[in-house]
Design a protein around this ligand. Structure first.
Ligand SMILES: NC(=O)c1ccc[n+]([C@@H]2O[C@H](COP(=O)([O-])OP(=O)(O)OC[C@H]3O[C@@H](n4cnc5c(N)ncnc54)[C@H](OP(=O)(O)O)[C@@H]3O)[C@@H](O)[C@H]2O)c1
Length: 271
């Protein structure tokens, strides 16, 4: 979001040190300092396997703290956006999920984020819930964000082939959030790149775009990795509300990935 800052619309991005969303005093102090017009909550416990082990922490941050943040913002007359996730769906559908589909999270993370959505909407019907998916960007922690780091280490990447989703580049999501906050009424929005892929497809294309053709990309499955949290096998999202607003679809995932590959710092590739 910070990259979208302009003199007319300055954006500040605060980490946990400057704003701990679990602490009421910290929230109030940040609001006093910055007097924002819009508050976007992207803070969360996002390690889905850790959430299985630490459900109390997941619900405290992803649900209770999100609701508290929204309540303080609403009382202060600040517009509020809660970033949410495709994990609110169990992934059993085989066509894009729309906002009228009933959420059915299969993991603690998904349940805590859904509880967060509900806590936020309870404080204000004007709030925007923006569900995104497969988010990555420079400096991020997940698979796509660190793909060059992994590839450089051994010259091989194992990438999941049996999940289908829409890999979404964080700067594209940030732009969409600002657009929605300007045009949209309160409610639940889906905001992902257009098209869908597996992590295997993402890894293959990223290596090709970077001309790291010697890197071996090996397909693997969710089951083979023995991960603690269930992941939706299919989580492509479609946004009925954005379509009704006449907003164009977000860019195809391949285009977004190309931008990421271009600006992502790359470590030395071991030969
Ligand atoms: N990554 C995805 O694929 C994906 C997909 C769909 C939706 N989302 C949603 O998108 C948002 C951003 O995700 P991300 O991938 O950027 O996650 P991330 O890299 O894990 O960032 C989340 C941030 O929240 C911070 N945080 C945790 N507890 C906090 C607290 N009490 N107060 C303040 N900050 C706190 C974390 O700080 P620490 O590092 O200090 O813990 C971390 O910097 C989240 O709402 C997530 O649910 C992500």
């Amino acid at each position: 979001l910070r990259a979208l800052s302009t003199p007319m619309r300055p954006v500040v991005a605060l980490g946990r040190g400057a704003l701990d969303i679990e602490q009421l005093r910290s929230i109030e102090s940040a609001i006093e300092t910055y007097s924002p017009r819009l508050l976007v909550n992207a803070a969360a416990i996002t390690d889905v396997d850790r959430c299985e082990r630490e459900p109390d922490l997941a619900f405290r941050v992803n649900a209770d703290a999100a609701g508290r943040l929204a309540a303080v913002a609403t009382r202060a007359g600040i517009s509020f956006v809660q970033v949410s996730t495709d994990f609110v769906f169990d992934g059993s559908k085989r066509e894009p999920y729309v906002v009228t589909d009933e959420p059915s999270p299969a993991s603690v993370y998904g349940r805590s984020k859904l509880a967060g959505e509900r806590a936020v909407l309870q404080t204000s019907s004007e709030a925007l819930i923006v569900r995104t998916a497969w988010l990555y960007g420079v400096g991020g922690k997940n698979f796509a964000s660190r793909i060059f780091e992994y590839a450089a280490r051994t010259g091989r990447i194992r990438a999941i082939v049996d999940m289908q989703g829409s890999p979404t580049y964080a700067p594209d999501l940030a732009g969409r959030i600002l657009l929605l906050s300007e045009f949209g009424a309160g409610g639940v929005y889906h905001a992902t790149a257009t098209g869908s892929a597996s992590w295997y497809d993402v890894a293959k294309l990223a290596m090709r775009l970077a001309s790291w053709d010697d890197v071996v990309v090996e397909p693997t499955t969710v089951a083979a990795l023995g991960l603690a949290a269930p992941r939706p096998a299919y989580s492509v999202l479609r946004c009925l509300l954005s379509e009704r607003l006449g907003l164009p679809p977000m860019r195809p995932w391949e285009e977004q990935l190309a931008d990421f590959v271009e600006c992502c710092p790359k470590p030395e590739l071991r030969q």
